[in-house]
Design a protein around this ligand. Structure first.
Ligand SMILES: [Zn+2]
Length: 328
């Protein structure tokens, strides 16, 4: 599953025109639309948006893996673990940020980064790549979760002394984690390039980890940040990075033929429009807000059971459609 944070219809069209009509999404045979509204707000945040995908429940903005009554819900990633599938997450935000957190953690408020990091100890997630190292090792409670993960058998690497691009193959006998930043990874326009590579590294690894298959969540986390900053070059660079990542996933899925690929966003951000005077690869974008909007968000599906994702539905249906596709 690929989530473009802040990836709405306008961002999708910007991607198509920025790349001169050679966008990865055009290879997808199935398109749907989802409604992003959360339990308590017409305009969702990433926590409620991602919890809708991970648990199939509408919840309040800021809730991580919890329903509207703050009861923890078992996420699709945790259920995949229960069924001996391999699981992974690859993101360009801190790994404790709202979207990845909503697949693995259960806290009432998204800002509780250290508590979210603790919830990684309660799973056997096979692979994770993202920022947020500080929440694992420089904590108010003095626990060192990196040491604890190593004691559990993880190989752990850090941007601090290892370039991810120098890691060419992962040992399939052990779980793997890579911290790409102490807190937030830099943006694509500042030179961050690891997301497509991380996706390419993760898929064969997870595929080899279990005979039961794998669940992988990949997030292009910073498309949203481009929207909040009303920064068109930043947003376009993040969209390109997301597109390159989708291409890697499609390459794997086309060969594998057993992998369902779902691409969507948790919400739109920025109320983006392409302005008159724009040209292919040279877009003039305007923003109507520096926040999220309630625009419908596209869903692209490829592979076995992709047809389930056709139509217009609530964001919570994405969870139920994945469950149906998995035959659970
Ligand atoms: Zn946002």
């Amino acid at each position: 599953m690929l989530i473009g944070d802040g990836f709405g219809l306008a961002q999708m069209s910007a991607l198509m025109y920025q790349n001169g009509n050679r966008c990865s999404l055009e290879a997808f045979p199935v398109i749907g639309l989802h409604k992003t509204t959360s339990y308590d707000n017409l305009i969702t945040d990433s926590a409620a948006g991602a919890t809708a995908f991970s648990c199939g429940k509408k919840t309040y903005n800021a809730a991580i893996g919890m329903d509207k009554d703050t009861l923890a819900c078992r996420t699709i990633l945790e259920q995949a673990e229960d069924r001996q599938m391999a699981t992974g997450m690859v993101v360009t935000s801190p790994i404790t940020h709202a979207t990845p957190a909503s697949f693995i953690a259960h806290v009432p408020v998204r800002t509780l980064n250290e508590e979210i990091a603790e919830d990684f100890m309660d799973t056997e997630i096979d692979l994770f790549i993202g920022g947020g190292q500080r929440y694992f090792e420089r904590r108010a409670d003095d626990r060192n979760l990196i040491k604890e993960l190593e004691a559990k058998g993880y190989y752990i690497y850090s941007y601090f002394n290892t370039d991810l691009a120098r890691i060419h193959r992962l040992d399939k006998k052990r779980n793997f984690a890579y911290f790409s930043a102490d807190n937030q990874p830099v943006s694509a326009i500042q030179g961050r390039t690891y997301l497509p590579y991380a996706a390419r590294l993760a898929m064969p690894f997870l595929d080899a980890r279990s005979e039961k298959g794998f669940f992988l969540m990949i997030e292009g986390s910073q498309i949203d940040w481009g929207g909040h900053a009303k920064d068109a070059p930043m947003m376009l660079a993040e969209l390109k990075d997301f597109d390159d990542t989708i291409k890697e996933v499609l390459k794997f899925a086309a060969l594998d033929r057993e992998t369902l690929v779902i691409v969507t966003g948790d919400h739109e951000c920025g109320g983006v429009t392409i302005q008159p005077g724009s040209k292919f690869k040279k877009l003039d974008l305007a923003f109507s807000t520096n926040g999220h909007t309630a625009s419908l968000v596209p869903v692209y599906a490829y592979g076995p059971k992709a047809e389930l994702f056709r139509g217009t539905y609530d964001n919570t249906q994405i969870y139920f459609k994945m469950v149906e596709a998995l035959g659970w």
